[in-house]
Design a protein around this ligand. Structure first.
Ligand SMILES: [Fe+2]
Length: 148
């Protein structure tokens, strides 16, 4: 395994951590949202966490394929990732905005790594990350449209 691939494996670790943090935040909203937006927010967040679960597995398995151990504990995810826990008592609109901001945060985490991976000749990681970026940009649109 070359140094370049190890650099990409290391760059994928915070992406994994923040994807898990986003999963937890998404379920917080799914479970605790109240008010007139309940039904659409409850339904959209279910679609989102169901999409995230296999993506988390794919990112972790890419890290393993590149020769690194995948961080896999809650403490590791907290030290590697910067997406904060949600507030289960927040109003629905605030929950949606917080969730959109978390998708934005992860998208901006991912964006520069795509070029780094391509430059390192790691087209597979670049492709995986491009797919993840697509999902997180689309999620921002859908969440923002809900509270526009
Ligand atoms: Fe559910």
């Amino acid at each position: 395994m070359t140094n370049a691939t190890n650099i990409i494996a290391d760059a994928l670790k915070p992406v994994l951590a923040e994807s898990v943090q986003l999963y937890v935040l998404t379920q917080n909203v799914h479970w605790n949202v109240v008010g007139p937006l309940f039904q659409p927010v409850h339904a959209l967040t279910e679609e989102q966490y169901l999409e995230l679960a296999p993506a988390i597995d794919e990112i972790a398995e890419r890290i393993r394929t590149l020769g690194s151990k995948a961080p896999a504990g809650l403490a590791a995810f907290q030290s590697l990732g910067d997406i904060a826990d949600g507030d289960e008592n927040a109003a629905a609109e605030a929950m949606v905005k917080t969730l959109s901001a978390a998708h934005h945060q992860l998208a901006e985490r991912i964006r520069p790594i795509i070029g780094q991976a391509a430059e390192a000749g790691d087209e597979v990681s670049a492709g995986l990350l491009t797919d993840r970026l697509t999902v997180h940009e689309k999620a921002q649109w859908m969440l923002n449209a809900m509270v526009a």
